[in-house]
Design a protein around this ligand. Structure first.
Ligand code: AMP
Length: 542
């Protein structure tokens, strides 16, 4: 017997329709790449998304066609999210920090028909265009006054003129909620990038879950500023969540340095933000140096890479901002787990509570997870056993876009994350490593993340990475690679190594320390350990 409820597919256009109708005057503030701050509202964005949809119809865009974006977090990028997906096409957000060869591969693999880009990326796009012949038209995301006088770009036009030619009279099509809505390629460090193709249904379910109290906990009183880029897993779903709950949206554009962020947060009364640890380290340092405190910011999500407990501690105790540590991946839309306490943990010691909050957290309803050993058998939830982390759920990828080996991404319905983790009795998951980064010493595993977290708590350490280097007896031993904080140039390897005493098992202690000026990062700001391993491939331990 079927239930007798209305059948309304979960479609992305419905989110902005809701925001325009019930939060129409709520603001979207955006720092523009061409300079200045832009103010609009959900009602205006809704009209402009419909103008875009009319433009796509005029340009012959059909359901399922891919439309690419190379853009910062701005109001125009927000409008594109809705105009593209709402009309049935696929919004393909591209990470402009990738190498040209990767960008060319991605654009050609996705077969993008139109490509929207910010003024910042004009020089980049001029290199890409001759290598991406399928792109029929390149659209500069600005007004006609910023169009270059001459350009070789095929059918170059500007965003504002494209919109100006259309009315906002548009009926969003209704289609199956499993229709593809957006596409994001994971920045493979060794293999070619792979496309994760989200659906309207997965996106809406993910947004509902992200808004829950133990996740992002956002509502109509919030002022949300996603610092995580809209080209990195849909800015963790915030461009959908904010209009869904009617929160004011503050988009930082290209201004991701600490001074610009702090100014924007204060001027726009931002209450909630989200981003990777590197960004928050920069902001923390700036707040310390200038002895400033946030007026309204109350909560931040840190994810995308392990959040060192020292960072969590500093934000909570010095800046009085609650940090929530979250784990996820492009393949999980991205939200999988968030660290918040349960009621029965209220009586735990402050240290025990902090330990739980420093973990990657508990699975949200919608994400099921387990850890398995090398034999594929499930491991106990004792906080000790660690193994490969497997997940499944309605916003977890079942396959990659255009995969040459379809059906191989999952095993018995579970997606292998490539992360190694423990799960404790209360359900808190801790990532100990990427499976490729775990250090195998004498047949036992050492967590590089744990060693990095400990090092980051030392005042002399600006950034730390731990990799395994070859060892004749143990096969691999940990090497700590450190960027020193200014003023700490005199710190010695011995001093740093003694900092581990009593904090980790003695056999976990790195064998050596190397000081470098900077560490290599991926295009999404994570440590690029493949590069480090190459750099130190012939490292001779004393
Ligand atoms: P991406 O798909 O580029 O977002 O990368 C996902 C990967 O980032 C995960 O598989 C983890 O290895 C890593 N990651 C994301 N969040 C965290 C976290 N909170 N702690 C540790 N690693 C994380």
């Amino acid at each position: 017997m079927q239930g007798l409820m209305m059948h309304q597919p979960l479609l992305i256009a419905g989110i902005l329709r809701h925001a325009a109708k019930w939060h129409g005057s709520t603001e979207i503030v955006s720092r523009q790449p061409e300079g200045g701050l832009h103010r609009s509202t959900y009602a205006e964005a809704y009209d402009r998304a419909r103008q875009l949809a009319n433009a796509f119809a005029r340009l012959g865009v059909r359901e399922g066609d891919r439309i690419g974006t190379l853009a910062w977090n701005t109001h125009r990028h927000f409008e594109l999210y809705y105009g593209i997906s709402g009309s049935g096409a696929v919004c393909h957000t591209i990470n402009p920090r990738l190498f040209v060869e990767q960008l060319v591969y991605i654009i050609n693999h996705a077969q993008d028909r139109l490509l929207f880009f910010d003024v910042t990326f004009l020089p980049l796009v001029e290199k890409l265009a001759p290598l991406c012949p399928r792109v029929e038209s390149w659209v500069l995301m600005t007004g006609p006054e910023h169009l270059p006088a001459t350009s070789e770009l095929p059918n170059l036009r500007d965003y504002e003129s494209l919109l100006a030619a259309e009315t906002a009279d548009y009926e969003w099509p209704t289609f199956d909620e499993n229709t593809a809505s957006s596409l994001c390629y994971t920045s493979g460090t060794t293999d070619q990038p792979k496309g994760v193709l989200y659906s309207h249904r997965s996106t809406l379910l993910h947004s509902y879950a992200a808004g829950l109290p133990d996740a992002f906990n956002c509502g109509a009183q919030d002022v949300i500023s996603p610092v995580v880029p809209m080209f990195h897993v849909n800015a963790w779903g915030i461009p959908y969540l904010a209009p869904m709950v009617g929160a004011k949206l503050v988009l930082p554009g290209p201004g991701l340095d600490a001074i610009s962020l702090c100014e924007l947060f204060e001027n726009e009364s931002v209450t909630f933000s989200a981003g990777v640890p590197t960004i928050w380290f920069g902001l923390l340092q700036y707040m310390r140096e200038t002895q400033r405190r946030f007026g309204t910011l109350r909560k931040m999500i840190i994810g995308g890479a392990a959040c060192p407990p020292a960072l969590l501690y500093a934000f909570a105790n010095e800046l009085h901002v609650e940090i929530r540590h979250a784990w996820g991946m492009s393949e999980t839309s991205p939200l999988g787990t968030v660290a918040t306490l349960k009621a029965n943990q209220a009586t735990l010691s402050a240290e025990a509570q902090f330990e739980a909050l420093a973990s990657q957290g508990r699975g949200l309803f919608g994400i099921d997870m387990k850890i398995v050993g090398e034999d594929g058998q499930e491991l106990p939830h004792d906080g000790e056993a660690f193994g490969d982390l497997l997940v499944r759920g309605p916003w977890v990828a079942a396959d990659y876009f255009g995969s040459l080996t379809p059906g191989q991404l999952t095993t018995n319905g579970w997606f292998r994350t490539g992360d190694v983790a423990t799960i404790d009795a209360a359900g808190f998951m801790r990532i100990t490593d990427r499976s490729k980064d775990v250090i195998k010493s004498g047949g036992e595993w050492i967590s590089s993340i744990e060693l990095e977290n400990q090092a980051m708590a030392h005042p002399a350490v600006a950034e730390a990475a731990v990799i395994g280097v070859p060892h004749p007896k143990w096969s691999e031993r940990p090497l700590l690679v450190v960027v020193r904080r200014p003023g700490y140039e005199g710190i010695t390897a011995e001093e740093l190594l003694s900092f581990y005493d009593g904090k980790v098992a003695t056999w976990w202690k790195p064998d050596a320390v190397e000081f470098v000026d900077q560490l290599p990062h991926t295009a999404t700001g994570k440590l690029l350990k493949t590069q480090l391993r190459k750099d130190f491939a012939n490292y001779a331990l004393a």
